[in-house]
Structures are given as C-alpha cells and as structure tokens.
Design a protein around this ligand. Sequence first.
Ligand SMILES: Nc1ncnc2c1ncn2[C@@H]1O[C@H](COP(=O)(O)OP(=O)(O)OP(=O)(O)O)[C@@H](O)[C@H]1O
Ligand SMILES: [Mg+2]
Length: 345
Amino acid sequence: MIELVNVEKTYFSKAGDIHALHKTNLSIKAGEIFGIIGLSGAGKSTLVRCINMLEKPTAGKVFVDGAELTAMNDAQLRKARQSIGMIFQHFNLLTSRTVYDNIAFPLEIQGLGKAEIDKRIRPLLELVQLETRADYYPSQLSGGQKQRVGIARALASNPKVLLCDEATSALDPQTTKSILELLQDINKKLNLTIVLITHQMEVVKTICDRVAVIENGDIIEEGSMVDVFTNPQHPTTKEFTKSVINAEIPEMVKNKNLSATYKEGSKLIVRLSFIGDSAGEPIVSGMVKRFDVDVSILYGNIDQLKDVPFGTLIIEINGTEGGIKNALEYLHQQNLKTEVIGYES
Ligand SMILES: Nc1ncnc2c1ncn2[C@@H]1O[C@H](COP(=O)(O)OP(=O)(O)OP(=O)(O)O)[C@@H](O)[C@H]1O
Ligand SMILES: [Mg+2]
C-alpha cells in the first residue's frame, strides 16, 4: 500500500544542512498497523510527512496505493492526498468551528454539498462516539474527545491510509487505551492501513503488526512486532523494548551466588520464553517425568503482544549432573527459547 524507494530528506538552511532521512526503503502492506519508533529527532515525523508529501523528499520515490506521489503535480497531489488521512499529537482542530464543522472542513474544501456532507458526517460521529457533541467547540472537549474529532475529520474523505504522528502522546493512559481501541476498530471495519509514530512502546505492543526502528535518519531494525519485541537485535531497540517486555532477570535471581559450571549438588537456573500457544508448564512437567530431576519455579510472567501471548518462566532444576544435562538437552529440543542463567551452589 505504501512504498518508499531510496527516499532521502535534507533540510537546507544557512546554519547548515540537516540530513533528516538517509536512503530509506520501506514497504507497508494494505490493512496493517505499522509502528515507527525512535528517539526525539530521529526522523520519524519527517518520514511520515514524506508519505503524504507534506515534506517533499530530496530524492527517491513515494508510492501510495500504486500511484507515485513524487511524480505528481500539485493538482494530482491534492486529489491523491484525499486517500491519506492524518492525525496529530495536538489535534490541530479549528477552535472557532464546532465538532461537526471541523469534520466537515475537508469535505467543504472538496466542494461537496451540505446534504452530502451531512450524510458522511453522521456515521462518522457515531463511529467516534461523539453524536451528542456535534455542536460543541474544541475548548469544551477533553483531550480524548478532541482526538476523536481529529480521527473523524481524517476519515471524512474515506482515506485508505491513516498517518498518526504521536496521536496519543498528549493523553492519559486510560484515554490512550480508548483511542487505540478506536484505531484498531477502524483498522478492521474499514480495512484502513495505519502508520503510527510513537515513542510509547506500550502503544506499539498493543496494536502494531509490524514495526520499524529509526535512528539518526536510518531504519536500523524492522520486522513483525512480536519478533522485534521478543528478539531485538540493535542496542537501541533493546533499550526501547525492555521497558515493556520483562527481558531483565529479576533481582532475586540475579542476587543468587551463580557460577557457570556444575559443582556437586548445584542446581541449574534457566529461563524459558514461549510465544503464542506453546506453553511452558506442560514442557516442564514432561521434563520432570522423563528425567530424574526436581523443578521449582522462581518466576513466571505472561505478557500480551497485540493478540499473541508471550510467557517467561525462570526455573531451578535440581538433580544429578547427568540428570540436569539431559533435562537441559530436552528443553533445547522444545519449541521455546531456553537460556541458561547459571548454576546455584
Ligand atoms: N522543517 C525543518 N527544517 C529544518 N530541520 C528540520 C525540520 N524538521 C525537522 N528537522 C530536523 O530533522 C531531524 C529529524 O526531525 P523529525 O521532526 O523528523 O524527528 P522526530 O523523530 O519526529 O522527533 P520528535 O520525536 O521530537 O518529534 C531533526 O534533526 C530536526 O531538527
Ligand atoms: Mg516528530
């Protein structure tokens, strides 16, 4: 649905040129929710603004829904932009217009008549649950309600793509949750492709299918959200994901007196991680049945990555050296990730 081919963006200024985006290639599929994460100044906003050509790329090509935006004249571009909606951190509503008139604004610009505009707006008000607020002014609304107006306005011209630049960053956690539910709802109902920039990992973890990490104008990591969150490669990605994934070994385990090798009577501590339907417990009980070992659970946690469960179990295996070795081999053969933390004597 969205294709960036060797897109570059340089801001030229007297104080010096800023290369905000280096050669960037990105492919976003129809109907997916794609997250873009990165530190402040990494180039996230530049990247999404290149998708709807609010910023003209210095080099490269941008395709949306099969059409090359970078080859269009202004009139063609205005038309193409109708299929790309955008919402913002600070909502960007017109303060002198009511909720209804804010949503109507892009349709008025398109030259639609009153009756047709009304026909479009009524179901949108219902979709964003603002039927009773149509005549309110933005100053009379909460942050969440303002963003709902922003979403309805963005959807007014029946776009195929919705770009969200930090759309929940100014909202409290409860309101963020309701906006994310709304975004997921319209993603499904309207088969809308959503590109979402955020520095909130919780947001990515809740709704994104795939994710790209951007740093200093380069995409440094990209993949399915579950893969990137459970197996981050780049140090920056590890830093981002550790705030929402319990990748750290708990203190009470770390504080144990651990060694790398078996000594008479020592117990092996391992961490098991499982994604999706493969669960930890049956594997542990299978191991206990097969080998002459005892197991105690030191720590357990189940996380939810969009709709995929991600579990972590830290166990202590007690037995003979041979028993522990066989048990570990058995774990390595299972459909889960097994990490040896150390031997406790
Ligand atoms: N209009 C502009 N003129 C000059 N430089 C700009 C302009 N817009 C952005 N930049 C620079 O480009 C780089 C990338 O900025 P961008 O706004 O894309 O980052 P960002 O990842 O969205 O950051 P934030 O999380 O703070 O919103 C920064 O160094 C920024 O200073
Ligand atoms: Mg930004």
